[in-house]
Design a protein around this ligand. Structure first.
Ligand code: UD1
Ligand code: CA
Length: 482
């Protein structure tokens, strides 16, 4: 974040070098989980990923330092693609200790913004405001504070004059819940766990932190009192949006954060022209994109990198993951799409299962209880009932009858079925791959097709029907005479 503009008068004063440190080494004991806390997901991605994406919108990833410790390799692997740096805190001796171990890399900077890896709703705007205020005030420490109606569990901001205004330099200390007196517990102004520090001031005084507290840990929060006593300016920047500061220490808090993040996503989509009926029931991941005039019915999940075009309708109980859906598509109830592509005006469902590599063409129909995998289904083609289509190239204008099965697997290898344009496959046919059905050919119902069918041909792959006249009547008569 560059504060100064390069106007001639300021050229002599270089922009301050700013790093962001994200504390993510803790175990998250209160979650009672084998998964490290910061990898628990809200809004479809790990807590830590939310914090990293806010941080990297303020400074480049190369200036972001994630402090890892508990299950460090797992945490690193999960977020390494973002390009951030890592610092190992092999023993987790508190938030103050987390910064102590990051001393060497952070010493190359003038200021450091400290974020908590377990508070995912922090926005780049708030981080930038915190930094700008910190720089304007020339503070040694600026802490982000918020008013919470239920402040339980958070550190409280102790002020000399509690009635002072929003912006105040009269912070005396931060007191953790466990050490707070009854009177201090009444304070609703909490420490959000986000700070800006002057790097020289932080590391000059950090050695004075002690572990004389109920957790026997080095509390970063004690820096407020330490710096105050050293007559260094400690100020607060109060956020109006208290939801931003909520951390996830328990499963119940995770659930609350998840619902808040998802509601925010729905609100953004609705503001951009998407209709969502009953938004509190829809689960839409952060990276999902949906174009205006699309309608999302209740109880729908749209996950991962899914993109949906305009004028689509997604009916209830559908689950769509990492899929691409063009304009005007109707997804009927209860359909599951995973890594599928659906072209304009296609109709899917009810109860279709589109597995990875399913490419459904323009205005094509995939209906009730149809499973597809690694196929192309051409323009206007239909597979409406009870069918399995796997490893198939199906042209345009094809009709796949009910109960058709591509037998694509011989127990060792997968084989391809090719069905050319205009083909009619009668119901209950099995197509034993590798096999090709030529353009405009017919396959009679209930056929087992093991050999290629030429263009314009009719293939009958079933035994001829035998009719035994009066067979049933004679059988009955024989029974009666017995
Ligand atoms: C902390 C603050 C509290 C504040 C709250 C806001 C302290 C002592 N208290 O409490 O004032 O109101 O955040 O959410 O800082 N971590 C490490 N290494 C450690 C310990 C923790 O990296 O040795 C990380 C954790 O993984 C977590 C973050 O630091 O991401 C905060 O730690 P946590 O134990 O959740 O602190 P709180 O009890 O929530
Ligand atoms: Ca916390």
């Amino acid at each position: 974040m560059k504060k100064q503009k390069n106007t001639p008068s300021q050229l002599s004063q270089p922009s301050p070098r700013v790093a962001i440190a994200i504390m993510a080494a803790g175990k998250g004991t209160r979650l009672k989980s084998q998964l490290p806390k910061v990898l628990h997901e809200v809004g479809g991605k790990p807590l830590l990923s939310h914090v990293i994406s806010a941080a990297t919108r303020v400074v480049p990833a190369s200036d972001v330092f994630v402090i890892v410790g508990h299950e460090a390799d797992r945490v690193r692997a999960a977020v390494a693609p973002t390009g951030v740096n890592f610092v190992l805190q092999s023993e987790q001796r508190g938030t103050g200790h987390a910064l102590m171990v990051a001393r060497t890399p952070l010493s190359a900077y003038d200021h450091v913004i400290v974020l908590s890896g377990d508070a995912p709703q922090i926005t780049p705007q708030t981080i930038a405001q915190l930094l700008n205020f910190h720089l304007d005030q020339d503070a040694a420490m600026t802490l982000l504070s918020a008013h919470l109606d239920t402040p339980t569990g958070y550190g409280r901001v102790i002020r000399k004059n509690p009635r002072s205004s929003k912006v105040s330099s009269e912070v005396q200390a931060i007191v953790e819940e466990k050490s707070a007196t009854l009177a201090q517990k009444q304070i609703r102004e909490i420490n959000a766990g986000f700070y800006a520090f002057s790097v020289p001031q932080l590391f000059y005084h950090i050695e004075k932190l002690s572990t004389a507290n109920p957790h026997a840990e080095y509390y970063l929060t004690d820096m407020a009192e330490l710096l105050r006593k050293a007559r260094q300016p400690v100020v607060t920047w109060k956020t109006e949006n208290s939801a931003e500061v909520l951390g996830a220490n328990t499963r119940a808090e995770l659930a609350l954060l998840d619902s808040q993040i998802r509601m925010r996503k729905c609100t953004e989509l609705m503001a951009a022209g998407v209709s969502i009926f009953y938004p509190s029931t829809s689960v839409i991941d952060a990276e999902v994109a949906i174009a205006p005039d699309t309608v999302i019915e209740p109880f729908v999940q749209i996950l991962g990198s899914t993109r949906i075009g305009r004028h689509c309708r997604i009916r209830s109980y559908s689950v769509i993951r990492d899929s691409e859906i063009a304009d005007g598509v109707l997804i009927r109830n209860g359909s599951i799409l995973d890594n599928a592509h659906v072209a304009t005006n296609a109709i899917i469902g009810p109860y279709s299962h589109l597995r990875p590599g399913s490419n459904i063409g323009e205005a094509a129909h995939v209906g009730n209880f149809v499973e597809t995998k690694k196929i192309t289904l051409g323009k206007g083609s239909k597979a409406n009932h009870l069918t399995y289509l796997g490893d198939a190239e199906i042209g345009a204008g094809v009709n796949i009858g009910a109960g058709t099965i591509t037998c694509n697997y011989d127990g060792v290898h997968k084989h391809t079925t090719i069905i050319e344009d205009g083909v009619f496959i009668g119901s209950d046919s099995t197509l034993v791959a590798p096999v090709r059905v030529g353009k405009n050919a017919y396959v009679a119902a209930a056929s087992c097709i093991t050999e290629d069918v030429p263009e314009d041909a009719l293939a009958l792959g079933r035994s001829r029907q035998i009719v035994k006249e009066n067979w049933a009547r004679e059988k009955r008569a024989a029974r009666q005479t017995k």
